[in-house]
Ligand binder design. Structure first.
Ligand code: ATP
Ligand code: MG
Length: 423
């Protein structure tokens, strides 16, 4: 341990792994990020790779992005790079641009205490971290030990202030500090804990788990926009089923999703959807939304429901979520179309209005969702083959007879008036 890593007496000493004792090679670091690190270092500043990238490199995974931490202030960073833009109001970050690529450079910071902050209503419900700090302080303000490791371009060492290396080796996700305090500070960390555990196949540290049980209701106080984004991250990372299942078992789910109680069919469907995403089909929010609420929708539809009833029921089932998360009308509309489409598919072929239904642009997606539902629950299997056949026929005859522009025109026209009952 070198003295400069032990400035703050209340922190335990850092563990430093020299280059020979860890697998991170400069070849696996993004070249533009390396340029930024080197220039900061040559200019006399500390320059570290920070956050998820160090974790992923140590695990032999490919990082999504490479973030840089430094003791240079944003203004000093700006002076060093021609294509540098300072962004953010509360905490200024430097973005260094290389063509389309952006390298994010953040000055080391610490958790703000009450004294550091002017009382501002805007800060409500956010964790605030807008005061410059030492590297140690920067490590300790982070969420999980494995997310607080640094790679120092100065000597190619890995610096661990928080016990992250031990937790990586034990494949354990542990929040930094007192779980009750850290989850109260920022309840979104509870969801992130489940997300990282699922993504990496790590176990949740026992105290961290107990902290989630104890603080679960607080997640309802987090900013809905952040929750919405983290939920979509779960879908993109193909862990929505697993994470929402464990969120339900830990009492987090209803506070998270505007009262969504969760059920086996939903979790099984989401797991199928995650498999589909893993297979390369990108996930869109309306589809995710329809999957989240399909089970509840089907339970709410009476056996003799007409299409008119179902249009109303689909709207009702989606509306608490859409209101809470301020989901745009277009996304909500598409999710509703999927649900209505599923209802019509489940009635079986040969109903009135089938020709138009088959040409509806969302019908193939509704069929995909029903297929996942069938795989997840074992229901509706027989219907699927018939529908797949019919849709295939439709698609090829439409291609033959109509130029794409005509198809587009027709779709646009049909979308405008409110859907009318056809039975
Ligand atoms: P990935 O980008 O692969 O999802 P990541 O670890 O990079 O994972 P980000 O959400 O990009 O996660 O955040 C970057 C880093 O910022 C994290 O590694 C963590 O150190 C810190 N961080 C993010 N969110 C929080 C939070 N809510 N509280 C404390 N620290 C956080
Ligand atoms: Mg990241």
């Amino acid at each position: 341990m070198t003295p400069e890593h032990a400035i703050t007496p209340s922190y335990p000493p850092a563990v430093i792994l020299p280059r020979a004792e860890h697998p991170i090679s400069r070849q696996s670091i993004d070249p533009e990020t390396l340029k930024v690190l080197y220039r900061l270092h040559r200019s006399g500043f500390k320059a570290y790779l920070v956050g998820g990238s160090v974790r992923d490199l140590l695990l032999g995974r490919t990082p999504k992005d490479f973030d840089v931490g430094t003791d240079a202030t944003p203004e000093q960073v700006k002076k060093l790079f021609r294509n540098c833009f300072l962004i953010g109001r509360r905490f200024r970050l430097a973005h260094v641009r290389f063509g389309k690529e952006v390298v994010e450079v953040a000055t080391f910071r610490r958790m703000a205490t009450a004294d550091d902050l002017p009382e501002s209503p805007e800060d409500h419900g956010h964790f605030v971290e807008n005061v410059f700090g030492t590297p140690q302080e920067d490590a300790f303000r982070r969420d999980f030990t494995i997310n607080a490791l640094f790679y120092d371009i100065g000597d190619f060492s890995v610096i661990d202030y928080v016990g992250g290396l031990e937790d990586l080796a034990a494949r354990r996700l542990r929040i930094i500090g007192d779980p009750l305090v850290r989850f109260t500070e920022d309840p979104v960390r509870m969801l992130r804990a489940l997300e990282f555990a699922a993504r990496l196949g790590f176990s949740l540290d026992e105290q961290t788990r107990e902290g989630i049980y104890a603080r679960a209701p607080l997640i309802a106080e987090a900013a809905p926009a952040r929750i919405r984004e983290e939920i979509m991250e779960l879908f993109r990372h193909k862990v929505a089923g697993e994470v929402l299942r464990s969120a339900a078992s830990m009492g987090l789910l209803p506070h998270l999703l505007a009262g969504h109680e969760g059920d086996e069919a939903t979790f099984a469907l989401l797991e199928k959807l995650d498999e589909r995403t893993a297979g390369g089909t990108p996930i869109e929010e309306p589809f995710a939304l329809a999957a989240l609420y399909l089970s509840r929708f089907l339970r709410a539809c009476p056996p003799q429901a007409t299409v008119t009833d179902v249009v109303r029921i689909a709207g009702l089932v989606l509306s608490p979520h859409c209101r809470y998360f301020h989901v745009a009308a277009g996304i909500r509309h598409q999710a509703r179309e999927f649900l209505i489409g599923i209802f019509r598919l489940r009635r079986g072929p040969g109903q009135r209005g089938e020709r138009r239904f088959l040409q509806h642009p969302q019908t193939p997606n509704a069929l995909q969702l029903l297929t996942l539902w069938s795989e997840a629950t074992g229901e509706d299997g027989k219907l699927l083959a018939a529908w797949h056949q019919k849709l295939k026929g439709r698609a090829s005859s439409a291609e033959e007879t109509e130029p794409p522009a005509a198809q587009k025109r027709r779709r646009r026209r049909r979308r405008r008036p409110p859907r009318k009952a056809e039975d």
